[in-house]
Design a protein around this ligand. Structure first.
Ligand code: HEC
Ligand code: HEC
Ligand code: HEC
Length: 395
């Protein structure tokens, strides 16, 4: 899935800051249906409780936010309450946007109000009962919402504070990269240690853990990834491809560096030492790897810089939850094209080529070869991933 590349509409003079903040918040990504008018809403957002359509946030008076005041808009970002006092769902990540300052909120609204108004009435709430009851979110907020705005830590540098504001606030990286409880609230003690998102991808560990996280990346590596969607270690795919295209590609070098400063300061996730898989499965996996994978990823998983990602030391591969690797193998994948790197390399789908046992063996192999270490993958896990995403089964 190569996400559509639609540029953020230009800002009229004086409103560039609002546009920049809208990019930092990734607002257009969720609020634009693929192929639809920018910010007119209606994009289905998957949640564990059903589907929500995003809102029309163009300045149309009747169906958008044309009539909203600065105070109403600040309240929506900070407390997840709309102009009529109705509760919004945290699929709109207000539990992160709550950190946005008043000044930034006003700049965002000013930019949105300068967009062309689009009339687009929507029946947004398509969640299942009882989750479709908006008032229940008042309880959720009481339990889980820590109302902002962001308060800088005077003991930290300006870059650290800027990074914290972007990551924990507008950038809402934790909405995907932090694991969640059954109630959809972030597990704060495990912030940025990797989360399973509703589409079935694992957004990996972003802490400085050297094996499962960004410990092996320099600050420049991270900035390059967020700017261009690619670096020597990895390429942005799935939801991350969209985040790069609609959001981080627009950020200034100093903001990208601030993000790296903040993420680099997090405590590394705990180092688990899973037991090594059996010799038989490793040998079977190695044989499949040599035949099917080594042409692109190299005999030793070294890859080809900026084209075929190296698999040794790769974090996506070594998450405890193997769903991302299994999915990459089943579906194949195309790196997201970005403005600065428009040609996307692709990996073919192996869903028709390898059966569950073979996928499990090669996945186990790449997770444990060349110094990698992660729990073995069982054929039944592969079957689950195939089933939940309706990928073809062979045999
Ligand atoms: C992860 C997806 C996502 C992102 C990112 C996102 N939104 Fe939303 N937004 C939604 C969804 C879904 C709703 C509808 C929520 C509901 O109906 O409870 C919504 C609702 C809203 C509303 C309420 C509108 C109304 O009429 O009630 C506003 C305002 C809004 N978003 C503004 C923004 C802004 C500004 C940004 C960027 C800073 C942003 N959103 C980013 C998903 C998102
Ligand atoms: C909508 C969900 C979502 C959001 C929001 C999000 N990410 Fe991601 N991210 C993912 C997924 C899924 C992956 C795994 C696929 C890939 O590697 O491209 C990923 C991968 C990454 C990677 C690559 C890690 C590796 O080892 O290959 C980095 C770095 C990253 N994200 C940083 C960020 C930062 C910084 C933010 C906030 C500005 C952010 N992400 C926000 C979903 C998200
Ligand atoms: C034709 C070349 C090609 C072949 C053959 C191939 N891949 Fe890939 N692979 C790619 C490309 C290109 C990407 C980058 C896509 C992206 O991440 O955006 C990739 C990405 C991956 C990733 C994700 C790495 C990351 O974190 O970004 C994994 C895991 C992977 N391949 C494993 C395999 C395995 C296992 C096989 C054999 C069963 C295989 N690949 C065969 C080209 C190939």
């Amino acid at each position: 899935v190569a996400p559509a590349r639609q540029a953020l509409p230009p800002a009229p003079p004086g409103l560039e800051r609002g546009r920049y903040l809208v990019a930092a918040g990734d607002c257009m990504d969720c609020h634009t249906r693929p192929g639809g008018r920018p910010f007119a809403g209606g994009r289905p957002i998957q949640t564990p409780f059903g589907v929500l359509l995003s809102a029309n946030i163009t300045p149309d008076e009747a169906t958008g936010i044309g009539g909203w005041t600065n105070a109403q808009f600040r309240r929506a970002l900070r407390k997840g309450v709309d102009d009529e006092g109705q509760h919004l769902y945290p699929a709109f990540p207000y539990n992160y946007y709550t950190k946005v300052t008043d000044q930034d909120a006003d700049a965002i609204l000013a930019y949105l109000k300068a967009l062309p108004p689009v009339s687009n009435p929507l029946h947004r709430n398509q969640l299942w009962f009882p989750f479709n009851q908006r008032w229940a979110m008042a309880l959720w907020n009481r339990l889980f919402l820590k109302v902002g705005p962001f308060r800088p830590d005077p003991h930290r540098s300006a870059a650290w504070n800027r990074g914290a504001y972007l990551v924990e606030g507008l950038g809402h990286c934790g909405a995907c990269h932090t694991p969640e409880t059954l109630f959809g609230a972030p597990k704060r003690a495990r912030a940025m240690q990797g989360g399973l998102i509703p589409s079935g991808w694992v957004a990996p560990d972003l802490t400085p853990n050297p094996r499962t996280g960004l410990g092996g990346w320099s600050r420049a590596d991270l900035a390059e990834f967020l700017k261009t969607g690619r670096n020597a270690h990895s390429s942005a795919t799935a939801e991350m491809g969209e985040v790069v295209n609609f959001s981080t590609a627009y950020l200034s070098d100093s903001d990208l560096d601030a993000i790296a400063t903040y993420l680099g300061s997090l405590p590394p996730s705990p180092q688990a030492r899973p037991s090594p898989p059996g010799k038989r499965v490793m040998a079977a996996g190695e044989a499949i790897y040599t035949d099917e994978c080594s042409a692109c990823h190299g005999m030793n998983g070294e890859g080809v810089s900026h084209a075929f990602p190296p698999l040794h030391g790769d974090a996506n591969l070594q998450q405890d939850d193997p769903r991302t690797v299994v999915r990459f193998i089943l579906t194949g994948v195309r790196a997201a094209p970005t403005a600065s790197r428009p040609t996307a390399f692709a990996m073919p789908s192996f869903a028709w080529v390898l059966d569950d046992r073979q996928v499990a063996a090669v996945a186990t192999y790449v997770r444990n070869a060349w110094g990698n270490r992660a729990p073995a993958v069982s054929p039944s896990k592969v079957r689950d991933v195939r089933k939940s995403h309706a990928y073809p089964r062979i045999r």
